[in-house]
Write a protein that binds this ligand. Structure first.
Ligand SMILES: [Zn+2]
Length: 235
């Protein structure tokens, strides 16, 4: 018969295996948004003291906090968030370590090539820049960003979902301008009917393991993106 100690250890390790890892940032007033985007606000509508129950109105853009971009973010005839099959957002994670990249350095195909054989249509590619450490600071805008040509190669491999723990897959400028490549990566990925997830966090926790990831958005009819509560769990 199994001892109490070993059954406890087994339960603990099962709990560890099953316990999901949160890949989402908190939303709160003052939370960092893309330059020019509206701020996140939450306003009480009812309060327990006055009404006996609490209700708030929240206001945010479709690209606030941890979120996904639908093809219609850049393409008028592109799929909207409600038109994308549910299964697109739940797949095994392929985490690519690009933490060696410096502020505003480009992530090139050479950085991704070692993972080429694992790039298949049934994985979600997660670019681990480590930039989530700078969330809600000015340095968060200085993130490394993907080369559009590398994005094209990723699409060629069949991948349709790319996530990043940074503000954008393209360069983020804070003066109202766009970087040298413009929104080139958005154009390539969303133009290939792909999905982009931005402002992920905690990708370090996925290092060295085999994980499923969920990026399920709200079912927002006609919308170009949606906040998500992204998470991963050990397979
Ligand atoms: Zn977005």
């Amino acid at each position: 018969m199994e001892s109490v100690e070993s059954s406890t250890r087994r339960a603990q390790s099962q709990a560890m295996m099953c316990s999901p890892i949160d890949l989402s940032h908190h939303l709160h007033p003052g939370v960092q948004v893309f330059p020019g985007d509206r701020p996140y606000t939450c306003t009480p509508i009812s309060t327990i003291l006055k009404d006996g129950y609490s209700v708030h109105e929240i206001s945010l853009s479709t690209h606030t906090g941890t979120h996904v971009d639908a093809p219609s973010h850049f393409f008028p005839d592109g799929k909207t968030i409600d038109q994308i099959p549910f299964s697109t957002f739940i797949k095994p994670a392929l985490v690519v370590d690009v933490t060696q990249k410096k502020p505003r350095e480009k992530i090139l195909w050479d950085d991704l090539a070692p993972y080429e054989r694992q790039m298949k249509d049934n994985v979600i590619l997660l670019l681990h820049t480590g930039w989530s450490d700078y969330w809600c600071t000015p340095k968060y805008y200085e993130h490394p960003f993907l080369d559009p040509a590398a994005a094209g190669k990723i699409m060629e491999k069949g991948i349709r979902v790319i996530g990043v723990d940074a503000m954008s897959v393209d360069e983020t400028c804070t003066d109202g301008s766009v970087g040298k490549d413009g929104f080139g990566v958005h154009q390539v990925v969303l133009g290939s009917d792909g999905i982009i997830a931005e402002n992920l966090t905690n990708l370090k926790a996925l290092e060295g393991g085999v994980f499923m990831v969920s990026l399920i958005p709200l079912n927002l009819d006609g919308m170009d993106g949606s906040p998500v509560r992204a998470f991963a769990w050990s397979m």
